[in-house]
Design a protein around this ligand. Sequence first.
Ligand code: FAD
Ligand code: SF4
Length: 291
Amino acid sequence: MVLGNYKQCVSARATDRSILARAQDGGIVTQLFAFALDEGIIDGAIVAGQGEQPWQPEPIVATTKQELFAAQGTRYNICPNMALLKEATRSYGLDKVGVVGTPCQMQAVRKAQLYPVGMRYVGDKIALAVGIFCMENFPYQGFEAMTEDFCNVKLESAAKMDIGKGKYSVYTERGAVSQMPLKHTLKFVQPGCHVCLDYVANLADVSTGSVGSPDGWSTVFVRTKNGDDIWAKAMAAGCFETKPIEEVKPGLELVTKLATDKITKNQKHVDERATFGVRADGSGKALRSYL
Ligand code: FAD
Ligand code: SF4
């Protein structure tokens, strides 16, 4: 099952126009957290705030809707949201934590719940884990080179970045768009992404991305019982406009294709690494066979 388990999949967008205006896609992440905050389902969420450099994300614990809104949009470089998980419950004293992250970060959330080494009393405080689809991510310097050297746009004057239709696109504040083919971004991808086998955040409560849905809309997988309960409440409160995924183009066919492509491509890297002694599971088994 390349798309993981899910209870329902829809194409959706936020009904709050101010959230939608600042969103990367359909504003699903921010609308869901804002609703959960209003309803007391979470008392804060770990999101990607503004770091020291332009477009460099830094994890923050957002406890107000203003902080959630300020963190909207995608920053295509690494944001270690998991580093704040324990802090959110200890220093910030949250009992119900929301967290957004890439598929690998959703794996870390579940690992913290199942094997709470160094994470005691944290797991049961994670109230809503929202995953975002992810094909690859970049270290800050690589992301800077892609934007400034290849797309010829200074990071300070960029208004939005997007990956889709085989291109990395940078939109400027003056409305221009500059693009580079995705194949040229490959050398900047962080090495760990080459052995990653999850595209659609299989372990999240709710996961979302643009692929599969029309521009300005998001594809949403509602995966767990917890996710389903929260999604149902948000729908009842009128937070989202939805369409059956079967009725939109390009639909699940493209999501399935990209998820399959990622697994096929990266499984080769996993297998290659095993032959030179590094196993993706870290057991060192292949290395020992040489001794
Ligand atoms: P918004 O309301 O705009 O909120 C986005 C949320 O994501 C905010 O809470 C923000 O703080 C958080 N965020 C921003 N940057 C990061 C980051 N670097 N790490 C963790 N959290 C972050 N979607 C696809 O369909 N296909 C892809 O191949 C794909 N690749 C992606 C690669 C990366 C590195 C990232 C970060 C995202 C990728 N996405 C991809 C997801 C997509 O870009 C949107 O983030 C997603 O659709 C949510 O949009 P939204 O309008 O619902 O959220
Ligand atoms: Fe994490 Fe995988 Fe995305 Fe890389 S490709 S950031 S390892 S989810």
